[in-house]
Design a protein around this ligand. Structure first.
Ligand SMILES: NC(=O)C1=CN([C@@H]2O[C@H](COP(=O)(O)OP(=O)(O)OC[C@H]3O[C@@H](n4cnc5c(N)ncnc54)[C@H](O)[C@@H]3O)[C@@H](O)[C@H]2O)C=CC1
Ligand SMILES: O=C(O)[C@@H]1CCC=N1
Length: 265
């Protein structure tokens, strides 16, 4: 991956998170990265670091080994039509980040033999803590290895079947927003019971980080860890049960389903 040229076509919120994560990767050469945006001024801070910043999708795509599409889903067909005349299908790989745009959709604008992938990271790519779900077609082992290496450098990645990509979008990419909303709500509760906002935030942030790392590092189920906190007749179980009476778990499941149904429409 370190010898490959990467172009990010449409470098917005997610694209820039990926760029930040890549630039912090040991051995990653900023000179191997090109990013595009219709109005690229907000990316000019990347130029002194060695990244090529342009609004020219064709020039960025022509020389890249991996072409990452970071545009909104409805812009994907237009971008593929724009860049397809300069693509070398035997040498280059397309990786789309777009929600709900299938491999079949993309092949309508691309040669059938071209390696085309979908990847679903999240904005924690910024600090190399993304989970990225990947699926693709026509990539040989070395192409697949390069793509895994790319996304592993900004977190962890798993290869999944394409029919699960929308579910991956909801759980991994939307999921970060669900967790952040939960954190905000917990902070609001903390303020109501006496903390100033900054202190409440500090406590909530570290508590959430600790909870996540505990179950990741120990490999345990969340409920097993919850059992260790809920003293019989104690205050934790009272709080948890009150949350459930107000539909906490049901709200989360319904939210996940609503996001999923929105993509599937
Ligand atoms: N934001 C997120 O957390 C996630 C987003 N996605 C997917 O990633 C894609 C990008 O999402 P965001 O970064 O949130 O959107 P965004 O709107 O922030 O970024 C898209 C960028 O593409 C640029 N663009 C539009 N047309 C262009 C063109 N013709 N040439 C060059 N650049 C062009 C826009 O100026 C914009 O900067 C979407 O398809 C979305 O479904 C997937 C997972 C997570
Ligand atoms: O909200 C969205 O549609 C995009 C896809 C996943 C995260 N953001």
């Amino acid at each position: 991956m370190k010898d490959l040229k990467i172009a990010i076509i449409g470098c917005g919120n997610l694209g820039l998170s990926i760029v930040n994560g890549l630039l912090d990767t040991t051995g990653f050469k900023a000179q191997s990265l090109s990013v595009t945006k219709r109005h690229p001024e907000s990316l000019f801070h990347l130029e002194p670091l060695g990244v090529t910043v342009t609004s020219d999708n064709i020039s960025a795509s022509k020389d890249a080994d991996l072409i990452v599409l970071g545009v909104k889903p409805y812009n994907v067909p237009h971008i593929l039509k724009e860049i397809s005349p300069v693509l070398s299908p035997d040498k280059q790989t397309i990786i789309s980040l777009a929600t709900g745009v299938t491999l079949e959709d993309m092949y309508k604008h691309l040669p059938a033999e071209m390696a085309v992938f979908r990847a679903m990271p999240n904005i924690a790519a910024d600090i190399q803590e993304s989970i990225t779900c990947i699926c693709g077609k026509n990539g040989d082992a070395s192409v697949e290895a390069s793509i895994k290496e790319l996304f592993n450098s900004i977190g962890i990645s798993i290869v999944i079947e394409e029919h699960l990509m929308e579910a991956a979008t909801v759980l991994g990419a939307c999921g970060i927003a669900y967790v952040l909303r939960f954190m905000r709500a917990m902070t609001q509760g903390g303020i109501q019971i006496g903390f100033d906002a900054h202190t409440a935030n500090t406590i909530v942030n570290q508590t959430v980080k600790g909870a996540a790392e505990l179950i990741i590092k120990k490999g345990i189920h969340p409920e097993a860890a919850i059992d260790k906190v809920t003293t019989p007749k104690g205050c934790t179980i009272v709080g948890l049960n009150e949350m459930e009476h107000h539909g906490f778990s049901a709200a989360m499941v319904k939210g996940v389903l609503a996001s999923y149904e929105k993509i599937e429409k």
